[in-house]
Design a protein around this ligand. Structure first.
Ligand SMILES: Nc1nc2c(ncn2[C@@H]2O[C@H](COP(=O)(O)OP(=O)(O)OP(=O)(O)O)[C@@H](O)[C@H]2O)c(=O)[nH]1
Length: 247
């Protein structure tokens, strides 16, 4: 039997989205003060869980709490979103669908541009006054997982480019999907959003899943000897929009 205080604290903070063949449980908003280049910015944070990771079917809050403590959630991946300003109502809101990159986002690796894009998009969102950064935790290595990405890096050190390396390991180059994140987006804002990306597949995903899009802002930067070839391959082979990085 759960403590009544626990249920009281959670009941207005956990929402369920019916996503056709599964449910998404969303917890939040939670106030998250973030250090952004020495300044404290206040975000509202939400995390979500697919019902496939706990018991199928729509669970009551009590059942959900009981399930999560035996579901080994740390072994799975949960994504989240950082919301800034009056995201629901603002006339202009920026969003980023950021794919997790353990090496770039956490360690600051310069082999890719992920860490730069993460920080820069948070800055762009706060400067705009309203927006949301979706951090997609099941997207590592464009969907192949961290261990496979490490193997892909070994192949890249042996002459394969980033696309070939995924394919040589038997993966499609890009297996990411955005469906749940877009369902969460539609739950927290119905008005149009501007997407920060160079990847046209993300624009298509938003359009195909019924999100309202009013534009795109490109995001290139932090080009160095370590990632120049990687960035060029994105444009030449993966279809990223960015003639300017082709030198
Ligand atoms: N397999 C593989 N994944 C990589 C490599 N470098 C970065 N990643 C992953 O690529 C993902 C980011 O994809 P990118 O192609 O850099 O950019 P994008 O998300 O498609 O597009 P933008 O929105 O413009 O950033 C993250 O999940 C990274 O972990 C690599 O060399 N090999």
């Amino acid at each position: 039997m759960l403590n009544e205080k626990v249920i009281d604290a959670l009941k207005d903070k956990v929402n369920v989205i019916n996503n056709q063949d599964h449910y998404i449980y969303v917890v939040g908003p939670i106030r998250l003060p973030v250090n952004l280049e020495g300044e404290t910015k206040i975000f509202q944070w939400y995390s979500w869980l697919r019902s496939d990771d706990v018991e199928q079917g729509e669970l009551s809050l009590e059942e959900l709490v009981e399930q999560v403590n035996s579901a080994n959630l740390a072994d799975l991946q949960q994504s989240s979103v950082l919301v800034y300003g009056d995201f629901k109502e603002a006339d202009q809101a920026l969003i980023r669908m950021h794919s997790i990159c353990h090496t770039g986002d956490i360690f600051g690796s310069k082999r890719c541009d992920c860490g730069f894009q993460l920080k820069q998009s948070m800055k762009m969102i706060t400067e705009n006054g309203a927006g949301a950064l979706f951090y997609l935790a099941n997207h590592e290595g464009r969907g192949i997982g961290l261990f496979s990405k490490a193997m892909a890096y070994v192949l890249q050190e042996n002459g394969f480019d980033t696309v070939e390396a995924n394919e040589e390991l038997g993966f499609a180059d890009d297996t990411r999907q955005y469906k749940e994140a877009i369902s969460v987006l539609k739950q927290i804002r119905r008005k149009p959003v501007i997407l920060i990306t160079n990847n046209p597949k993300k624009l298509t995903a938003l359009e195909e899943n019924g999100a309202s899009l009013s534009g795109r802002i490109p995001l290139w930067g932090d080009v160095s000897e370590f990632n120049e070839k990687y960035l060029q391959t994105k444009v030449q082979r993966s279809g990223h929009l960015g003639e300017e990085v082709l030198v």
